[in-house]
Design a protein around this ligand. Structure first.
Ligand SMILES: *Cc1c(COP(=O)(O)O)cnc(C)c1O
Length: 393
C-alpha cells in the first residue's frame, strides 16, 4: 500500500488532508515525494519558526539525544530550567513556567490556575472564564468549550461548566461578576481569521481587570515566540497579563506547551503535572530556538525580514484588488481577506500546484505564517508562484 492508502486505512479521518507528501525541508523550502519544491508560507501552522531542518537546532537536539531524552518530571531537568529562564527573560515578565506538550494542554493549565486562584481567600467560588466569540483555544473537551465558536460545540457534551463568551473586548466588562475567575483572549485571533485586537481597548481591559483582581490570560499559542516581532504579543500591546500560554513556534517543531505566570504560588506539588512536559528533548529545542530568535531580534534581522515580507505582500495585494478586500495582521502573522470562501479554496489549490503553500483562517482569510528565518529569495519565489496561481483564476 502506498502512503495515501495506509493513511486512509489506519489513521482516523479527522483531517481534510491536502494531497501532497513532503519528505524534506530546508528553511522555508519544502520538497515532496516526487521531488517538487514548494515555498512554505505556513511553517506547519506557525511551528517551524526557525525553518525546516535548522542545523543549529538539530545539532543541539542530536547532542542531547546522545545523552538522555527523558526521565519524567520527578527529577531535575537541566534544559527545562534553562528553557524556563530563556523564555521568562525573553518576555521581560516576572513569571515562572509550567511545561506541557501542546497549546490546548497549556490552556488547560492556565484554566486550572484560574480556577484554583478563584477558590482562594473567599467564600465565593470564582470559576467563570470569559473568552471571545471568535476565539480558538484548542481541541480538548475543556478548551473546545473555552473556544467561543459555536460550531466547535457540536457533539462531545456535556462540557465543563463556567465558560462565558463575549462578542468583543469591550463587552467583557458587562459580563464580569462575583464568579469570574479570569478572562482569556488572543491578542491576534489566529484560527478565527487573523484578527488583531485594538491596543487601546486591550489596555483598558487590562486596567479594569487589575482593579478587580481578576487575572488575564493571553493565549499566545500562535502569537508567541517572536511571531509578531516581540517575544510575546503582550509586550507589543504593552500589557502585563497574569498568565501567558505558548506552544506552536517556541519548540521549532518539537511538541511543547508552556504556561507562564506571575501567579507563581497558586499551584502546589500534586495539583498539576505532565509525564512528557518539558523533557530533555523538547526543552532543548526551546533553548536553541529561543537563542536563535533572540539573536535575530537583536541584530534587526527579524524586523528586516518582516518589513520585506510586508512590502512584497503589499505589492501582491495591490495587483490583485479584484480578489482581496483587506490586508490584515501584524509581523509575520498576516493575511488577505478574500472576496469569498470558494475563491479562497481555489487560490489555495492553485497555490499548491504552483509550488507555494499557504493557509486558510476563519472563513475567508488567506493566511501567511512563514518561518521567521525565511530569506528574501524565498519570499520573492513564494509571491511569484502565488501571482501565477491567482493569474489563472
Ligand atoms: C493552535 C492553537 C491552539 C491549540 O494548540 P494545539 O497545540 O493544537 O493544542 C490554542 N490556541 C491558539 C491561539 C492556537 O492558535
Amino acid at each position: 500500500m502506498n502512503i495515501k492508502e495506509l493513511d486512509k486505512k489506519y489513521v482516523l479521518g479527522t483531517y481534510g488532508r491536502g494531497d501532497v507528501e513532503f519528505v524534506s525541508g530546508d528553511n522555508a523550502t519544502l520538497t515532496d515525494s516526487e521531488g517538487k519544491k514548494y515555498i512554505d508560507f505556513t511553517s506547519g501552522i506557525g511551528v517551524v519558526s526557525v525553518g525546516h531542518a535548522n542545523a543549529r537546532v538539530n545539532k543541539a537536539l542530536c547532542e542531547q539525544l546522545s545523552k538522555i531524552t527523558h526521565t519524567s518530571n520527578l527529577y531535575h531537568i537541566a534544559p527545562q530550567a534553562k528553557a524556563a529562564e530563556a523564555i521568562v527573560k525573553a518576555s521581560g515578565y516576572d513569571m515562572a513556567c509550567f511545561f506541557a506538550n501542546s497549546g490546548a494542554e497549556a490552556n488547560e493549565g492556565a484554566i486550572k490556575i484560574l480556577r484554583k486562584h478563584g477558590e482562594r481567600d473567599g467564600e465565593i467560588k470564582r470559576y467563570k472564564v470569559i473568552t471571545l466569540k471568535h476565539s480558538f483555544h484548542g481541541r480538548t473537551i475543556t478548551t473546545v468549550k473555552a473556544t467561543g465558536q459555536e460550531a466547535m460545540h457540536n457533539y462531545f457534551g456535556p462540557f465543563p461548566d463556567g465558560f462565558v463568551y463575549a462578542d468583543d473586548i469591550q463587552s467583557i466588562e458587562a459580563l464580569l461578576d462575583d464568579h469570574t475567575a479570569g478572562v482569556m483572549i488572543e491578542l491576534i485571533q489566529g484560527e478565527g481569521g487573523v484578527e488583531p485586537q485594538d491596543k487601546v481597548q486591550v489596555q483598558a481591559l487590562e486596567k479594569l481587570l487589575k482593579s478587580k483582581n481578576i487575572p488575564l490570560v493571553v493565549d499566545e499559542v500562535q502569537t508567541g515566540g517572536y511571531r509578531t516581532g516581540e517575544f510575546t504579543a503582550s509586550q507589543l500591546y504593552g500589557i502585563s497579563p497574569e498568565i501567558i500560554t505558548l506552544a506552536k513556534g517556541v519548540g521549532g517543531g518539537v511538541p511543547i506547551g508552556i504556561v507562564m505566570t506571575t501567579l507563581k504560588n497558586v499551584l502546589s506539588a500534586g495539583d498539576h503535572g505532565s509525564t512528557f512536559g518539558g523533557n530533555y528533548l523538547s526543552s532543548t529545542a526551546v533553548c536553541s530556538v529561543t537563542e536563535i530568535l533572540n539573536e535575530l531580534k537583536a541584530s534587526g534581522e527579524l524586523e528586516k525580514t518582516s518589513t520585506y515580507f510586508h512590502s512584497v505582500l503589499d505589492g501582491f495585494y495591490a495587483n490583485n484588488k479584484k480578489l482581496f478586500t483587506q490586508k490584515v495582521g501584524i509581523g509575520m502573522m498576516c493575511g488577505l481577506r478574500v472576496i469569498d470562501a470558494d475563491l479562497l479554496a481555489r487560490i489555495m489549490s492553485n497555490a499548491k500546484d504552483n509550488g507555494v503553500m499557504v493557509l486558510r483562517a476563519g472563513r475567508n482569510t488567506l493566511r501567511f505564517l512563514p518561518p521567521l528565518t525565511i530569506t528574501k529569495e524565498e519570499i520573492d519565489a513564494g509571491f511569484k508562484a502565488l501571482s501565477t496561481a491567482v493569474s489563472t483564476l
